[in-house]
Ligand binder design. Structure first.
Ligand SMILES: NC(=O)c1ccc[n+]([C@@H]2O[C@H](COP(=O)([O-])OP(=O)(O)OC[C@H]3O[C@@H](n4cnc5c(N)ncnc54)[C@H](O)[C@@H]3O)[C@@H](O)[C@H]2O)c1
Length: 368
């Protein structure tokens, strides 16, 4: 029986999802990509251990590919890591006819996509996401880049992968905390565009979800629909940034201050709590919906405690958000669960107020 395979086009890139992806990848490598002279596989120390052996067993063609292995984690999503990648590729004969296969989570996809896109003015790359975050978000839509002094994604470019191959089986080795991190973006996809999906996600705790493939497919379709309308993020694509302006501030703050920093998804989850409060204050989000959102986030994620003295630093970090225009903070807010509105100007005083409210939210919202 043929293995299950779904293919969705995102901004001109075929995104393949399901059991049958490796057959598709094998075909891609022997047809369109057959001219690629040197193939590199970029992985981190975890995905080389857990995911590379699976890839090689499914696509033996790749056994000869050159491996590049980097340290895992957001703190390595830097230009310094890119330099190491570029050095190794140069020494091992890479050129514009080479191919980079990114095998890993969002960090590998963002970093590898960027490293490939500027090497020799652009070599092809493929994403094989291995984390939930990678599968439903980071590998899709062509945003690539690195952080600068812990400020998120300050350097980067839009660049399309030649293909994306999503095999949910990789999730069997993903640590629970990382699964949860991807779940935050899944919740965000639902909150901005699909109230029925939100209901489905909040019916049972994440830990007991059985049908991940179905959820992954729904989330990818949401992202595809938005990105295909606005691939370069001039308008509606900004909706995908709900929770991210304040979320990125939490993430940067945590990278600077914590020994074990927040994951991207944990930071976005806290950002969504604050931006839901701003949505309530300035866009008329119903308070019952706001409380439902906060309650469901705190059912899955621990409340990240910040001292009140940290609020100024968090507000300061939002100045570096890439969506800001003419020095003004521009947010994506939600009007209702399932309906986002992008390009909403927001006063810093309201960001500050949301953070003050956030510091007490865990006490205000019952945890069932
Ligand atoms: N480009 C975009 O559109 C976009 C969208 C969302 C997020 N992102 C970026 O994605 C990054 C976060 O991605 P992430 O959460 O995947 O982080 P990550 O890449 O750091 O992966 C999380 C951890 O899980 C490990 N891992 C990954 N797959 C594994 C597997 N199958 N088995 C065992 N361990 C595994 C990794 O080694 C790492 O330690 C952030 O930098 C964020 O900014 C980008």
């Amino acid at each position: 029986m043929a293995k299950k395979l779904h293919t969705i086009d995102i901004a001109g890139t075929p995104v393949n999802i399901g059991e049958g992806v490796f057959g598709e990848l094998q075909d891609h490598l022997t047809t369109t990509l057959a001219t690629k002279e040197v193939i590199f596989i970029l992985a981190d120390e975890n995905t080389i251990h857990h995911c590379y052996p699976v890839l090689i067993s499914m696509v033996p063609h790749l056994e000869k590919a050159n491996k590049i292995v980097i340290k895992p984690g957001e703190e390595n999503k830097t230009i310094e890591t890119c330099e190491k990648i570029w050095n190794q590729m140069a020494v091992e004969g890479a050129n514009r006819q080479s191919l980079l296969i990114n095998l890993g989570g969002g960090v590998i996809c963002d970093l590898g996509g960027f490293a490939a896109s500027v090497f020799h003015r652009g070599m092809a790359f493929i994403n094989i996401p291995t984390s939930l975050m990678g599968m439903i978000d980071a590998s899709l839509g062509g945003k690539t880049g690195v952080d600068l002094y812990s400020l998120k994604n300050q350097i980067g470019l839009f660049s399309k992968p030649a293909g994306v191959y999503v095999w949910p089986g990789f999730l069997s080795t993903l640590p629970h905390r990382q699964m949860l991190s991807g779940f935050a973006e899944m919740m965000k996809h639902a909150l901005i565009a699909d109230a029925a999906f939100w209901k489905k996600l909040t019916k049972i705790p994440m830990a007991v979800v059985a049908d991940w493939e179905d959820h992954i497919l729904t989330a990818i379709k949401i992202k595809a629909k938005i990105v295909n309308k606005d691939p370069n993020e001039n308008g509606i694509r900004r909706q995908l940034n709900f929770g991210h302006t304040i979320g990125h501030a939490f993430e940067t703050y945590s990278l600077r201050n914590d020994e074990s920093p927040l994951t991207h998804g944990e930071a976005v989850a806290m950002g969504m709590i604050c931006e839901a409060y701003i949505s309530y204050r300035s866009l008329g989000l119903d308070h019952a919906q706001r409380d439902e959102l906060v309650k469901n986030i705190l059912l899955n994620f621990s409340h990240y405690k910040i001292p009140t003295e940290a609020i100024d630093e968090l507000v300061e970090i939002t100045h570096y958000d890439k969506k800001n225009r003419k020095g003004r903070l521009m947010l994506t807010l939600i009007q209702d669960i399932g309906k986002a509105v992008e390009g909403q100007q927001c006063e810093l005083a309201l960001v500050r107020e949301s953070l003050f409210r956030y510091t007490d939210f865990s006490r205000h919202v019952p945890r069932e």
